[in-house]
Design a protein around this ligand. Structure first.
Ligand SMILES: Cc1cc2nc3c(=O)[nH]c(=O)nc-3n(C[C@H](O)[C@H](O)[C@H](O)COP(=O)(O)O)c2cc1C
Length: 294
């Protein structure tokens, strides 16, 4: 009905007005989004610089606010003890039943995000132990119904060498992103670039073209020299922010009442997951039901 009225207006008043009408009707007059950057480096160094560069670029879009989480600032124990109580008894205050530490502050903060930048330096060709601990400890989000679902996210890494694990870490981070049903965002690289560039994420080098070992003065900021990585960080930040806006605006159209429904209208509930995916909660419930009926 409303749609017909809108069409009628279109015929009468033309295209620019109709776009304004559509804009207002969509409820998306101002689409505010929050982009959160997470760094898994133990140092205040190059990873932080790249993640912050993404956030700074994201803020160049209208109505974008950003927050930065340096995991090293939090006392986070780990990894996951696999008790799976976060599946059986999902709890959005406590999150984890095995550890009572500051990871719950990080998870609470992440719940406010509409889009994410995740970064870790390369350690032994892989992500850092700190970042892996963080990844393991996001397990409660799954039990709670995949709280990060449909949120766009990008990956950032930095290493000492040129082809020294960056692509591997990016793909690890992207797999983490996809495991949580987030939407991985790539980088629109303009080839060739002077420095380290990859379409899958930001792949920086600690100093480029100079060699800047970790005992070289200034090494903590050396990624600033890697023009390609810095440019890619800007692109990634803007891409994540614009997609966060598009996804959020889209949901106001397809799911204006913000009901928790099944795909494609909104987040999956823990109950849906339990029923349809045979999680631990489902199995435990079945056991309890059987015991009750025995
Ligand atoms: C334990 C450890 C392992 C590392 N492994 C690698 C590696 O496999 N490849 C590499 O190129 N650099 C490696 N590095 C160097 C870091 O990736 C590099 O210094 C990076 O810039 C650190 O980021 P940050 O400044 O955010 O701490 C390693 C450093 C440490 C401390």
């Amino acid at each position: 009905m409303l749609h017909r009225w809108v069409e009628a207006c279109y015929i009468q008043i033309g295209k620019s007005q109709i776009n304004t009408f559509k804009y207002i009707i969509s409820g998306g007059i101002i689409m505010k989004v929050k982009i959160i950057g997470v760094s898994g480096s133990p140092r205040k160094g190059n990873t932080n610089i790249l993640v912050k560069e993404c956030l700074k670029a994201a803020e160049t879009l209208k109505d974008v606010e950003t927050e930065f989480i340096h995991l090293a600032d939090f006392k986070i124990e780990g990894g996951c003890k696999a008790c799976l109580r976060c599946y059986a008894e999902p709890n959005s205050e406590k999150f984890c039943w095995a550890y009572d530490d500051e990871m719950k502050l990080v998870l609470k903060q992440l719940m406010e995000g509409d889009g994410f930048i995740f970064g870790s330096p390369v350690y032994w060709g892989s992500w850092t132990a700190q970042f892996k601990t963080f990844v393991d400890r996001t397990h409660p989000f799954v039990g709670l119904g995949k709280l990060l679902r449909n949120k766009p996210a990008g990956a950032v890494t930095v290493a000492l060498g040129s082809i020294a694990g960056q692509e591997h870490v990016i793909s690890e981070i992207i797999r983490f992103i996809m495991f949580h049903d987030m939407i991985p965002i790539g980088v629109d690289v303009i080839w060739p670039m002077e420095g380290m560039a990859s379409p899958w994420g930001v792949t920086g080098r600690q100093g480029f073209p100079d060699n800047m070992g970790s005992l070289t003065p200034g090494n903590l900021k050396a990624v600033n020299q890697d023009k390609a990585a810095m440019a890619c960080a800007k692109v990634l930040g803007i891409r994540v922010a614009e997609m966060a806006k598009v996804v959020k605006a889209g949901f106001t159209l397809v799911n204006p009442k913000n009901e928790e429904t099944k795909w494609p209208a909104g987040p999956l509930t823990a109950e849906f997951q339990a029923e349809d995916h045979h999680t631990v909660a489902y199995v435990k419930k079945n056991i309890r039901d059987k015991e009750a009926n025995a």
